[in-house]
Every structure is written in C-alpha cells, then in structure tokens.
Write a protein that binds this ligand. Structure first.
Ligand SMILES: Cc1cc2nc3c(=O)[nH]c(=O)nc-3n(C[C@H](O)[C@H](O)[C@H](O)COP(=O)(O)O)c2cc1C
Ligand code: SF4
Length: 549
C-alpha cells in the first residue's frame, strides 16, 4: 500500500459519496445503541427502499456524534442537519421530508455552542465515518500520516514531532509522550513492546470507549507509528471485556488494516512490520495501572509493582515497553499529518492540544466533548453543556474520577489544564467531568469514591488495603450522624498517611475526593457531626427539612 493506493481508495470513496443526494449517518456507538439506534437505522433503511431513494440516499452507522443526552442521534449530509431523540417510527417522516426537501420537528442545529465551542482532533472522524469500513477512514485522510512516517521520516524525526507537539499522556498522569517514546527508543535490547491502555476504569468515564467505537483505525495508526518510532514490531491493546462493541470494532479494524497491508509484515512495502493483539481485561480498576496491566497481559494476577524500573526500561516480559493511553495514540496521526508545532499552537504553556471529556451529571447537555486545553470550566459547563437544568444551582464539578477532586464555584473561571486543576486539589485524570448541584451531599460523594477505591484496592500494601476501609468506615459514620470531631481528625490523618505510603497511584490518590471536599465543603462535614444533619438531605443522619421542622 503506497500513498497513491491510499489516494485511489479515497478518490473512489469520495466519488461514490458525491453520487448520493443524501447520506444519513446514525450513531451506533454504545450510548445511542442503548436507546435502540440500531432499530432506527433498520427502519430508515427500509423506508429509503420504500420511497425509492435507494442509490440516492445512503443510511449508515457511524460513531459517537457527541450529544449523548439527545440520543438516538443522526445527521444528514450534505445539509449538515442533526436529528435528536429519533425513534424507529420517525423514519417515515424523516425520509419523506428529505424527499420533499423539508425539515422535521426533530432537527437540532449543529450551530449550537455544544458543537461550535469544540475543537475536534481525536474526535474529528467520530460521527462522520463508518468505524467498520477502513475505506471511510482512508477517505478522511487516514493512514496517510503513517505512510508519510514510514517512507519520508526517520524514527527520530517522528519522536521529534511528538516532542514538539507537547502532547502529554492522556491516561491521567500527563507524562510527556515524546520523552517516553525517546526513552523506549534508546532502551537497549532487540525486543520491545507497545501497549495501548484501553482499560478505562473510572466511574462515569467513556472517552476511550467512544474513541475505539467511533474511530478504531486512528488508535491503530497511532500504535503502528509508535512501534516504528521506538523500534518494535509487536503491540498489544488491553481493553476491558465490558466494552464488547469496542473490542469487536478493534478486531474488525485489525483485520481490515491487515487486508490492505497497513498492519502485519512489511507495511506499505517497507521493511517495517508490526502486529497487534487484543487482550481482554476483566474490568478491574487497578489493572489500568501500568505495571498491573503488564502483569495481567503476562497472564499473572493484575497487581502493581514498585517503580523503578519503569516499563520504558523493563516492562512486558522484562523488555522495554511503551505504554500509552487510547487518546494519546489517537492524537498521533494528526500530529504527524500537521506537525508538532500545529498541535502545540493549541492549549496553554504547559498543557498543549485538546482534551476529550465525558461531561455528565446535573447538566443539560451530557455527552462526549473535545475542547482546547485552557478553556474555562464555566465555558464547558455553561456554553457547551448549556448549564444546569432550570431550578438547579451549581455546587461543584468533579474531575479526575476516584483520584480527583470536587471543584467549587469560585474556580469556574479557571483554565482547564494539568497545573491549574492540580492547584485547586483535583486532577485532569482521564477526562471524567461530573457536574453537581445543591442536591448532592459532598460527604456522600467522598464516601462513594472511597467505597470504589476500597473495593478496587488489590490489597497488596497495607496503607491502601486497610486505610481505604478505615476511611470508608469513618465517612459512613459521618453520613449516619454518629461521628465525633475526633473521627474527623482521624480521617484527615489517614488521608495523609495513605496518600504518602501507598505503593501505587490507586492508594496514593484515593484520599483526594475526601481532601478536596474537606478543603471546600468542611461546613458539610461539620453539619453532619455537630448538628447530626445532612444539608443536602441525602444522608441517613437526617435532612435539613427534618431538622427545621
Ligand atoms: C489505579 C490506576 C488506574 C489507571 N487506569 C488507567 C486506565 O484505565 N487507562 C489509562 O490509560 N491509564 C490508566 N492509568 C495510568 C497508567 O498507569 C499509565 O500512566 C498510562 O496508561 C500511561 O499512558 P499515557 O502516558 O498515555 O497517559 C491508571 C493508573 C492508576 C494508578
Ligand atoms: S496502593 Fe492499593 S491498589 Fe496499589 S498496590 Fe497498594 S493495595 Fe494495591
């Protein structure tokens, strides 16, 4: 497969597309599928045949269109019209309205801030291509960056571009990607590995799942490019078995890429070969931690081990291993295509490019969004998310999942970047963003995340195994209205101890939700302890209403 071959496939696809009068793209990613978008697609296909539009109107399944709260979603090209809340019985009206050139009541404007305020790099093809057709990806410019890297660049030049881009790992810690690639490339030994971390265990997070379901070739292309850059021909994708659609689309993508010689032996007629295997995880949060993940791929129990040595020096089967997150790899094709400087022109001084977030909670528009680093929380929540439903007041936004924190209103104008989030006691994490209103009790929120960490602790080290359980018990006591101020002091002491003495990131960050809620919402803890009252009326110790009555 050479550049000309790719161009030929792309031209053929575009020609076929131009012959169509309409292209109806129905979201068949997990969010819309759960509200039966597959039935919508079937019904539309039937209707198109009945009206006699076959040959002029194509109905196809695409990945996530982003506005999950409006699902099932579909878009109609060339008009660029988006329909939301579509049911199978709406198919007749939609198809006939297309035939007659009028629009239906279901239409929603793609000009609204939800779409206009986003910058789509990783999600540029989401909702625009059929994730199960490699030709669609190629027609959108896919695999050109890989061919460019293999035929026009040296491995060092690829690493240089990634370094120039300023891309930082999107799995949570934000380690500079170029630096990691450089370390693995320089590590001694003939056998090395590339691993894509698609474990995504944070509650409420669905960024990586969506990228894999919507544009799996982009992730594969990023991995193959990485393999070329660091000098290895073997890769693994570790994905949780609870993501069956992502797994299926990955497997289809691997098969299709192999068929076209974009994966496997002597890629694009060069001497470079690269193969990828999918490994299924059992849905264990700690298996997303890189050393636990490596143990799991090796067939051992998924437990973290002390670092150093870091996987870049000694990872899978004690060989140098490059491990990156799904979104990190998905950024690579665009960086190679447009250059590191282009990527670095977006974002802030230390946090470059864009970030994908799963926006959920008490907000009008929930869904998957991609925004430039440095955008403010207020812009995300009130412009893209269209604010909270009527009558509800903003209380906090939780970022970073169980390792993150709750950010109060006073920081809404803060830029979203690694440093600013850390400064206010939270983290970027992998991109979960949950908006909470006054009906959320912050002690209860902290208890929820602590219960998650306690359950997911692998038990290898005592501070985390025993500390998360003790902290959970104390939080439970507070919510039941039976705690004393000594219990609160003990909770604070334990937070400090577990944070500083746990072996891996799970234990080290488990106290964060408690620490951040204590920092900004201590009055709620005090109300539970002193007044035996839950101000939000959530906890069993009693509600504000009961106390005032
Ligand atoms: C408890 C725990 C769970 C993690 N889960 C994930 C995960 O699901 N996906 C991920 O990419 N990184 C996860 N990480 C971070 C990985 O250890 C690692 O830093 C990351 O995969 C590196 O890729 P990046 O540099 O592209 O971010 C987790 C870390 C910890 C401590
Ligand atoms: S910190 Fe927790 S999850 Fe990590 S190794 Fe220790 S017990 Fe296991």
């Amino acid at each position: 497969m050479l550049l000309e071959d790719l161009h030929q496939i792309a031209a053929k696809e575009r020609e076929a597309h131009q012959r169509l009068r309409y292209c109806v793209s129905v979201c068949v990613a997990a969010g819309c599928l759960s509200s039966h978008s597959d039935a919508v697609k079937e019904s539309l296909t039937r209707e198109v045949a009945e009206v006699g539009l076959r040959g002029y109107c194509q109905v196809r399944g695409v990945g996530c269109l982003g506005l999950c709260s409006g699902g099932p979603l579909l878009s109609v090209e060339p008009e660029g019209v988006l329909y939301q809340g579509v049911k199978p019985e709406d198919a007749e009206d939609i198809v006939r309205s297309l035939d007659e050139g009028r629009l239906t009541h279901l239409e929603c404007s793609p000009d609204q801030p939800f779409f206009k305020r986003q910058v789509n790099v990783v999600t540029e093809n989401s909702g625009r291509i059929d994730p199960e057709r490699v030709e669609d990806y190629i027609a959108a410019g896919g695999y050109e960056p890989l061919v460019k890297a293999l035929t026009e660049m040296t491995p060092q030049k690829v690493i240089d571009q990634v370094s120039r881009s300023g891309l930082r790992g999107r799995g949570g810690a934000g380690y500079p990607t170029g630096l990691k690639w450089g370390t693995v490339s320089k590590a001694s030994g003939d056998t090395k590995y590339v691993i894509c971390n698609a474990d995504e265990g944070d509650p409420g997070a669905f960024m990586d799942r969506s990228v894999l379901e919507s544009d799996p070739h982009r992730v594969l292309e990023g991995m193959v490019t990485a393999g070329f850059a660091v000098g290895t021909s073997r890769g693994f994708i570790y994905v949780r078995a609870e993501y069956p659609l992502a797994v299926k689309r990955l497997q289809v993508a691997i098969r299709e890429a192999k068929r076209l010689g974009l994966l496997g032996n002597q890629i694009c007629g060069t001497t470079f070969s690269f193969d990828v295997d999918v490994r299924l995880g059992a849905g264990v949060f700690v298996c997303g931690e890189e050393t636990a993940l490596i143990a799991s791929v090796e067939g051992k129990r998924g437990m973290p081990r002390p670092r150093p040595p870091y996987p870049a020096q000694s990872g899978l089967w004690e060989r140098p291993t490059l491990i990156n997150n799904v979104e990190t790899f998905a950024n690579i094709p665009s960086i190679i295509r447009k250059g590191g400087d282009w990527y670095a022109s977006m974002g802030t001084k230390k946090s470059k490019g864009t970030k994908v977030f799963a926006l959920t909670g008490r907000i009008n528009h929930t869904g998957l969004i991609e925004v430039p680093m440095g955008i403010t929380l207020r812009e995300i929540i009130y412009e893209i998310g269209a604010g909270l439903p009527e009558g509800q007041t903003f209380k906090a936004v939780q970022t970073g999942g169980p390792s993150g924190g709750c950010i109060p209103e006073q920081f809404l104008d803060m830029p979203v970047d690694y440093e600013s989030l850390a400064q206010v006691g939270s983290i970027m994490g992998s991109g979960g963003m949950i908006v909470m209103d006054s009906s959320s009790c912050m002690v209860d929120v902290a208890k929820f995340f602590m219960e998650f960490c306690m359950t997911e602790s692998c038990g290898k080290c005592i501070p985390c195994r025993s500390g998360t359980a003790q902290m959970y018990d104390l939080l439970a006591k507070i919510t039941q209205g039976t705690a004393t101020s000594d219990d609160l002091a003990l909770l604070e002491e334990l937070c400090d101890l577990v944070k500083h003495t746990s072996l891996c990131g799970l234990g080290q960050t488990a106290p964060n939700p408690v620490l951040s809620t204590l920092r900004y919402f201590k009055d709620e803890y005090v109300a539970h302890i002193k007044d035996k009252r839950c101000p939000a009326g959530v906890c069993p110790c009693g509600s504000a209403k009961e106390v005032s009555a």
